[in-house]
Every structure is written in structure tokens, then in C-alpha cells.
Write a protein that binds this ligand. Structure first.
Ligand SMILES: C[S@@+](CC[C@H](N)C(=O)[O-])C[C@H]1O[C@@H](n2cnc3c(N)ncnc32)[C@H](O)[C@@H]1O
Length: 299
């Protein structure tokens, strides 16, 4: 398991250690083909554990959770809230609820109240965080997508909790925040140190290895960095040890990706020296709500 998640080679922050791991564009095309069929599963649904903010209390007064979810679903418009392409990137409803329960809620219980969504897209993760009362600074590089992000925040009435930024994430952090990075995994999004017009994050950022970016964020005040990475991604162990990175790795049921949660501090048994690798178990059931049930198990 360790070998799947870590590389033991000498680190070199000037070397893009993930260049060979980006996904061929053709591999992604199938995702975009039929994605609109997945619309009912893409947008996050309200669940009973979500505590309404003042605006939501007003707008959704007297409505059941089912009615609210239907209202939102019936309001979704192609070109305003999503396109085939943006939908293929956004975290699905069920995956977002699982990531909340297993990864982020424990941090919330530990006092987390502010986050940066460095790669917001149409707002899958931004909405999840804000629906649970976390204040979010959401960054999106592409203007067309950014406008959809704003429409989605309006649709869920999360304006008071989310501040959006059109442009490249500038590494700004608030003390104690979580930074979520869900970079594009495709070749076409490769960033380049020499070409400032190509400024997408990738598995590396500005061709710096992701572990170096994590260190930069943690040492400027972020408490946690959460990475959504493809299965082939490996974190540099030597750098992690030298910089006291404590890492938990989660396989949350989505077959193509894994999450790295990184914080800094003194070694604790649940962190990576005894790797906190975990997996979720879906309870088999016909009921949609049962899909959210999951628990961590050691691999
Ligand atoms: C995989 S999507 C994120 C999906 C999102 N987490 C969700 O669940 O809806 C990656 C997004 O990051 C944006 N992006 C890439 N590099 C960026 C950067 N340097 N700053 C801000 N946004 C960036 C891309 O335009 C794309 O929309």
C-alpha cells in the first residue's frame, strides 16, 4: 500500500515529478459523451444533517428536503449551471457526502470553519463546504466556468458564505484553513513555467511538485491541504518526513481517484508512519439515501 502512494526517490523541487502521470485527453472523452445522463446524480442534494443558513430558512420555508432537492434540480439549466464538460469534472453528490462524513466533518468538529477551494469549477466542493457552514474562498480560472460557479452558489443560497475569485489561485490562505486542490488531470491542462498563458494547475503546479506546494500553503498558515489525485499519484516520502507532513490517504469509492489529507506536526500514530489508509463501504440498498452510508475500514 505504501508503494502505491509514496515515492522514495530523492526529491528535487525544481523537477516536475508528475509529468508522466497526467491522463491522456482521449481517456477523458468518454466521460463527456454521456455525462448529462448523470445530471440527477451530479448536483449535491440537501440531506437532514445540513443546517440551513438564514437565507435558506427564508427561501425554503415550509418545504421538505425532497421538495427542496426537486426545486433545485428543476432549476438547473444547461449553459447556466453546467455543461457536458464541466459536469464531468465536478464531484458527484454521493461522493461529496462521503468525503464530508469521512474526511472533512472530523476537521469541522475540531474547529475548522474556513476553506479555500483552489480549483472550484462549477462548485461541487465549494457547495459541500458552505452547506455545512464553512466559509469558502473559491477560485476558478476559466471565465465561462466561473459564471456557472456563481449561478450555482446563488441557486443554493450560499452567497453569504462563499467569496468567488475569477483567476488563478494566488496561494493566499487564512490561518487555520483547509485548502482543497482538485486539479485537472489531463495533458491539455499541463502548466508551464515558461508559458504564462497556460496557467492551469495540474498534478504539479507551475511545474513545482505538489508536495512543495503543500509545504508552501502549510507554512503560510493553512492547517490542512486536501488533494484529489489520480490513483497513480505518489507523494515524496523524503520531503514529507523532512517537513513533518502528516498524511492520511483515503480511497472513497470513486475508482479513479484518491485523496491525500496533509497537515503538519509531530508524529501521531494515526498518521502516515503507520499509514492511515482507509476505504469506504457502501451499504447495498435500493434506497437512494442509503448510498450516503459509509465507513472507514483499514485496507
Ligand atoms: C477537476 S476541476 C474541479 C472540480 C471541483 N472540485 C468540483 O467538485 O466541482 C478543476 C478546475 O480547476 C480549474 N483550475 C485549474 N487551474 C487553476 C488555477 N491555477 N487556479 C484556479 N482554478 C484552476 C479548472 O479551470 C477546472 O475548472
Amino acid at each position: 500500500m505504501e508503494k502505491q502512494n509514496f515515492t522514495y526517490s530523492k526529491y528535487d523541487i525544481d523537477k516536475d515529478d508528475q509529468a508522466e502521470n497526467v491522463v491522456e485527453d482521449d481517456d477523458r472523452k468518454f466521460l463527456e459523451k454521456d455525462y448529462i445522463k448523470n445530471l440527477p446524480y451530479a448536483f449535491i442534494r440537501f440531506t437532514p444533517d445540513i443546517v440551513f443558513n438564514e437565507r435558506q430558512k427564508e427561501v425554503f420555508k415550509g418545504m421538505s428536503i425532497k421538495e427542496i432537492n426537486n426545486k433545485i434540480y428543476n432549476s438547473l439549466k444547461l449553459g447556466e449551471h453546467y455543461t457536458n464538460q464541466t459536469l464531468s469534472y465536478t464531484i458527484k453528490d454521493v461522493d461529496s457526502h462521503r468525503i464530508w462524513k469521512l474526511v472533512i466533518e472530523p476537521l469541522y468538529k475540531n474547529g475548522l470553519r474556513v476553506a479555500v477551494d483552489a480549483t472550484a469549477n462549477i462548485g461541487g466542493m465549494t457547495k459541500l463546504l458552505a452547506l455545512h457552514g464553512i466559509r469558502v474562498e473559491a477560485w476558478e480560472l476559466q471565465e465561462e466556468v466561473y459564471l456557472m460557479l456563481k449561478s450555482n452558489i446563488n441557486l443554493y443560497h450560499l452567497n453569504d458564505l462563499v467569496k468567488t475569485h475569477l483567476g488563478r489561485y494566488d496561494y493566499s490562505v487564512e490561518k487555520g484553513c483547509l485548502v482543497y486542490i482538485d486539479p485537472p488531470h489531463e495533458k491539455s491542462f499541463m502548466s508551464s513555467k515558461n508559458d504564462s498563458s497556460v496557467n492551469h494547475f495540474n498534478l504539479s503546479i507551475d511545474k513545482y511538485p505538489m508536495y512543495y506546494i503543500v509545504e508552501r500553503l502549510l507554512s503560510s498558515g493553512a492547517k490542512y491541504v486536501l488533494l484529489n489525485m489520480p490513483l497513480c499519484y505518489k507523494y515524496n516520502m523524503e520531503f514529507a518526513v523532512k517537513n513533518n507532513h502528516l498524511i492520511k490517504i483515503y480511497y472513497l469509492g470513486n475508482k479513479n481517484v484518491k485523496n491525500f489529507l496533509i497537515t503538519k506536526g509531530k508524529f501521531k500514530p494515526e498518521y502516515w508512519k503507520i499509514i492511515g489508509t482507509a476505504k469506504n463501504v457502501v451499504v447495498e440498498s435500493d434506497k437512494y439515501s442509503e448510498l450516503y452510508k459509509c465507513k472507514l475500514v483499514a485496507l
